[in-house]
Ligand binder design. Structure first.
Ligand code: NIG
Ligand code: FE
Length: 401
């Protein structure tokens, strides 16, 4: 059966000014999971399921294109330590931070990981999300990384949502490889990437390119191997210092360079050449009480598409609400509400490699839609914690969750 949305004031997020202005009421016809037609004409709905959108606003379903949604454990104790002045890097160097989540995650089964991820997933869905990228990176062994990727994909069996998985084995140095980072990189390239590619457990590979992560040379090895295995690359780059990871990511035609608070103009120019998306993560900036902001003006000048994501994880961004990130994008980084909305729709889709099929309300695109009890799109960046979602539609299926 077809799904038809009537009286839809559409914020299409197509390129150009008009993409952000709500349209006059229109009818959207959805067939086989795709947007089949958008019309001012009356449509025969005798054979269709009809949703009357009078008084509502219709946007693309939101896309959270950078998350660590699957993990076990809790790091509230580290939050307390950081509030007393202990830096994130120091906690990591003492074996806490990412490694404390690794310890907990290694002990969990796939079912447990799914169960603990579901409440966080529900938070995201309530903020209008229809597509989510989920990274591994808290396993750091072949077996545990695979377990995380399988748990992430398994979430699709529990909720209507589209999950894209990313291998982040190069997130931190596992204790077994202490003082032998090059051996671990070798293990990632020889064992983990080939298997993940062969079993199609992920479509991209990420590296934490940072003083407390992996250096440029190690990052490049992982990128080269990923590409040889038909996977796309992306990077956690320039989060805490400037190592040049963004330029490297751009050189390998990365999908996105993420965090980028310490990015300089040379790095921005590299992004411009490759078409790599600048992924801004204001939740981590806020929660780590950073003061160095990403170079938003330079990114604008060079017309780099900017995406926004939750980065939801237990250490630096424990926030399961993408509209909160839209608010922070505006208040902390100076984005306009339009830029924020582009950041979680069309630009986030590009960051996942789905720029031609998701993130816009356009004929032929996937019917991933959010219907809101609001009047103007700026409302999504403006309020936080007020339930505004009326319904989500994923591949043409309506969910009132
Ligand atoms: O995106 N920067 C590295 N990874 C995560 C943090 C992970 C953690 O602290 O558990 C991030 O901020
Ligand atoms: Fe992250």
């Amino acid at each position: 059966m077809e799904l038809v949305l009537t009286n839809a004031r559409i914020v299409s997020m197509e390129a150009g000014n008009e993409g952000y202005q709500p349209s006059q009421p229109k009818t959207i016809v959805i067939k086989d999971g795709r947007i089949d037609a958008i019309t001012d004409q009356t449509v025969d709905t005798s054979d269709s399921f009809v949703v009357d959108c009078t008084g509502k606003l219709v946007t693309p379903g939101l896309i959270d294109a950078h998350t660590h949604l699957v993990f076990e454990g809790n790091r509230a104790n580290e939050f307390e330590m950081r509030l007393q002045g202990v830096p994130y890097q120091t906690i990591a160097a003492q074996g806490g931070g990412i490694l404390s989540t690794v310890n907990a995650t290694r002990k969990a089964s796939i079912d447990q990981l799914v169960e603990t991820a579901l409440p966080r997933l529900d938070g995201l869905l309530q903020s209008g999300v229809t597509s989510i990228e989920v990274k591994s990176g808290y396993g750091l062994t072949l077996e545990d990384e695979i377990k995380m990727l399988k748990a992430a994909k398994e979430l699709e069996q529990h909720r209507r949502v589209k999950i894209t998985t990313t291998l982040l084995a190069a997130h931190a140095l596992p204790p077994e490889y202490k003082d032998r980072p090059d051996d671990y990189i070798e293990h990632i390239c020889q064992e983990i990437i080939p298997l993940v590619a062969e079993q199609e457990l992920a479509t991209s590979v990420d590296v934490f390119c940072e003083s407390i992560g992996f250096n440029l040379e190690q990052t490049e090895k992982v990128f080269r191997c990923a590409i040889e295995h038909g996977l796309k690359v992306k990077g956690h780059t320039e989060q805490l210092s400037n190592l040049g990871g963004t330029e490297l990511t751009a050189r390998y035609n990365g999908l996105s360079a993420d965090h980028i608070e310490y990015l300089d103009e040379q790095g921005v120019k590299a992004l411009a050449q490759s078409g790599t998306v600048a992924m801004l993560l204001p939740g981590a900036f806020y929660f780590l009480r950073e003061t160095q902001k990403p170079p938003v003006d330079l990114l604008r000048q060079h017309r780099i598409p900017m995406a926004l994501a939750t980065d939801i994880n237990p250490g630096t961004s424990p926030f399961a609400d993408l509209t909160l990130m839209m608010n922070m994008g505006c208040t902390l980084f100076g984005l306009t509400p339009e830029e924020s909305l582009r950041g979680v729709t069309c630009h986030a889709a590009k960051a996942l490699g789905y720029g031609e099929s998701r993130g816009q309300i356009t004929t032929g695109f996937d019917a991933d839609i959010a219907i809101w009890n609001i009047d103007h799109p700026a409302d999504l960046s403006y309020q936080v914690g007020v339930p505004r979602l009326y319904a989500r539609i994923v591949d043409g299926a309506i969910c009132n969750d």
